[in-house]
Design a binder for this molecule. Structure first.
Ligand SMILES: Cc1ncc(COP(=O)(O)O)c(C=O)c1O
Length: 466
């Protein structure tokens, strides 16, 4: 190896022991970062952002050393991270990273497997097959469903909706693979007005056309109003959601899914974070969701696995396997190989940290994680309401939607909280007006962190009144 690298770049020659030394250095730096995560600013200090210009270097003619590259990455990069794996981060729905998942990810990086077929990585195939089984058990979905691991709920939604269209057209006698869109029967897509942009993006990319989508009127929690959902037919795809991004609400699955399926429609459920409620004591929120035809959910949100890990699930595994099939003469694979279930032909073993999280949490730990975050959201909502904040949603899940008096005051408080570094959360719009959104999804967040958050918000609200 030394010889080969010498040939490539004499000055940057690396021996095996240099490689291990470098990895040890990286690991020590990574461990120091993790060890200090609880005390880190939730959002970087102004000075840390200022020195990011250190990355604006000219592309070097001859390569810099790996040691120096790592030093720059850590010394300039680490202080400019948002501490989203820390306990004081309440933005988006990001979750932390469970220790077992982080450790498994380290192994995955060392293995660097093409986790697409048994032939390219027997171990990835075995573990991802097991992870897929446990996901179906944890979410209590049909045990024979197909599970494809993808980068994100967005990518997995593309896979599910591609399978949906191909299947409803096949039932109508249209071969999508051979004939494509030209002359194809019209497929009608219905989705709530509040559907996540990821679903809309998937539909747009797949060529459904934004103007052709039927947007369903929603109630004050963002759920499709059952009585106002038009009749479906056997060329309809109905997209519903488990966990509306602002309110955390759930569509009325038990009514809407059988109604649509009785007319031959395909029902897809976006459960990026909310589907995990199925594994909690609040499971009743998603009663009936198991009857859908496809589902997407993320590991990297509420399961607290590292980015990027998500999955697409199809009731009929063959629907996904045919839609996503990528057979190559030089890479034969079974229909259940990940190569034939996801968008990527080659990818890393993103199901392995998911497996590690599920194995170490077990059913009880998973339920406790989700239950704890839900009760944290309810606790904070109650305390903020008592302090004069307006809580805009019924807090059934892990999302709290907040206003503080008028719009300027709400925006000011959110900005001031972000700049404080004490906690981080983001703005949204609800019913046409600004609001901020607190999301509880980290295994690290404790009562002490909730107290800090409430104290911060109470103080900022008080300041606006003087
Ligand atoms: C409800 C919902 N659906 C889909 C997505 C997209 O997920 P991803 O970021 O994994 O693509 C999100 C992300 O926040 C979400 O909250």
């Amino acid at each position: 190896m030394e010889y080969v690298l010498d040939q490539l770049n004499g000055s940057a020659a690396t021996s095996d022991s240099d490689e291990i030394h470098l990895l040890r250095d990286a690991d020590e730096r990574a461990r120091a970062y993790t060890a200090t995560i609880a005390g880190r600013r939730a959002w970087p200090a102004r000075e840390a952002l200022g020195v990011l210009s250190a990355f604006k270097e000219d592309f070097p003619q001859s390569g810099m050393t790996a040691e120096d590259t790592l030093r720059l990455l850590d010394e300039v990069g680490s202080p400019a991270t948002s501490a989203s794996t820390g306990p004081n981060y309440f933005g988006y729905v990001i979750g932390g990273v469970l220790p077992a998942a982080a450790a498994a990810e380290r192994m995955v990086l060392a293995w660097d497997q093409r986790a697409s077929t048994f032939d390219s990585s027997p171990v990835s195939d075995a573990i991802e097959t097991q992870a897929a089984r446990w996901i179906l058990e944890a979410l209590d979905l049909p045990r024979t469903a197909g599970v494809g691991f993808g980068t994100s709920a967005t990518a997995c939604t593309i896979a599910c909706l591609a399978a949906a269209r191909r299947s409803v057209l096949a039932r109508a006698g249209w071969n999508w693979d051979r004939h494509g869109a030209k002359g194809a029967p019209d497929v009608k897509v219905m989705l709530p007005e509040t559907a996540h942009v990821a679903v809309i993006k998937a539909l747009r990319i797949l060529g459904f056309g934004l103007d052709n989508l039927i947007r369903l009127p929603v109630d004050d929690a963002g759920r499709a109003i059952v009585e106002q959902v038009p009749d479906a037919d056997d060329l309809t795809i109905l997209c519903l959601q488990a966990g509306e991004v602002n309110t955390g609400s759930f569509d009325h699955f038990a009514k809407l899914i059988p109604m649509a399926q009785a007319r031959g429609a395909w029902v897809h459920v976006d459960g990026a974070f909310g589907l995990w409620a199925r594994a909690s004591s609040s499971r009743a929120l998603c009663d009936g969701v198991e009857e859908a035809d496809s589902w997407t959910a993320d590991g990297h949100k509420w399961l607290n696995t590292p980015y990027d890990g998500a999955f697409a699930i199809c009731r009929e595994a063959s629907d996904m396997a045919t839609a996503m099939s990528s057979e190559a003469v030089y890479a034969p694979a079974s229909a259940s190989a990940q190569q034939n279930l996801t968008l990527e032909f080659s990818r890393r073993a993103r199901g392995i940290p998911i497996w590690a999280a599920l194995r170490t949490l077990g059913r009880d730990g998973l339920r406790e994680l989700v239950d704890r975050n839900i009760s944290q959201a309810q606790h904070v909502a109650q305390r903020l309401r008592a302090e004069g904040y307006e809580i805009l949603n019924e807090v059934v899940l892990n999302q709290v939607l907040v206003r503080a008096g008028d719009d300027d005051c709400t925006q000011h408080i959110c900005r001031a909280a972000q700049e404080s570094g004490v906690a981080w959360f983001g703005m949204t719009r609800w019913e046409g007006r600004p609001a901020f959104r607190l999301s509880f999804s980290s295994w690290r967040t404790s009562q002490e962190n909730l107290n800090r958050l409430v104290e911060l918000l109470v103080g900022l609200f008080r300041d606006t009144k003087v």
